[in-house]
Write a protein that binds this ligand. Structure first.
Ligand SMILES: Cc1ncc(COP(=O)(O)O)c(C=O)c1O
Length: 222
């Protein structure tokens, strides 16, 4: 039997995600910018929104970034922008935050689940093609725990079937794959501000992508 010394009532409290620490680290810059907003009074769509959108687009190397109210909203808007609606199918995974499948239902379409790989928890790319039907309107893979699925293969499959790919990058903002940045690897990328499992480099991001020639954009919520 292993002998464990008594803890003497001491407990270590480890927070799941410590947003306060991020604030402490950048306190003076954050305080200064918030003060500036309070001073100019443009609380809705003020100049900081455009500044943030430009900074995010530059960071993930895409042409456009549109900020919206949440990662969930950015996914829903991406689907609507692609014309996905009742009678359509969207291929996604069953292992993710609920939003990824929820938004498909919200626009009246049906989520079609492709299982994940046990080693990465990402979509099993080998199984995507078998799930494509004439009703499939988009692929919605998830980049989970900071890790992206193989987007070169996913984009190849999508191109073969003339389907747009939306990357839900709520948990992978700051990740790269073959030199490309998460949120910038598909037609639309979507990112959210506080997914706890995202990389600490920033907040989390989910991206939705449109067919490469049409638009390269990031929709993000911060
Ligand atoms: C994979 C994934 N997609 C979408 C979202 C939705 O983002 P939000 O909570 O900003 O709506 C999250 C949030 O945690 C997420 O982890």
């Amino acid at each position: 039997m292993v002998h464990r010394p008594p803890l003497h009532g001491q407990r270590t409290h480890v927070e799941f995600i410590d947003i306060k620490e991020q604030y402490r680290r950048y306190k003076s810059e954050i305080d200064e910018r918030i003060q500036r907003v309070l001073t100019h009074g443009h609380f809705i769509m003020g100049p900081e929104v455009g500044e943030l959108e430009q900074a995010l687009a530059k960071y993930v190397r895409v042409k456009h970034c549109i900020t919206v109210s949440s990662g969930t909203a950015s996914l829903e808007i991406a689907l609507r922008a692609l014309g996905v609606g009742p009678g359509d199918e969207v291929i996604t995974v069953p292992f993710t935050w609920i939003s990824s499948a929820e938004v498909v239902g919200l626009v009246g379409a049906r989520p079609v689940f492709v299982d994940i790989e046990p080693a990465t928890y990402n979509i099993n790319v080998d199984r995507i093609e078998a799930a494509i039907t004439p009703r499939t309107k988009a692929l919605l893979p998830i980049s989970l725990f900071g890790q992206m699925p193989d987007y070169s293969r996913i984009n190849e499959i999508a191109a073969r079937h003339n389907l747009p790919v939306i990357e839900d990058a709520a948990q992978s903002f700051g990740a790269t794959q073959n030199g490309s940045w998460s949120c910038g690897v598909t037609a639309i990328g979507s990112a959210a501000h506080s997914a706890p499992t995202s990389r600490p480099i920033a907040y989390s991001a989910s991206t939705a992508t449109a067919p490469p020639a049409a638009l390269s954009s990031v929709s993000a919520s911060w």
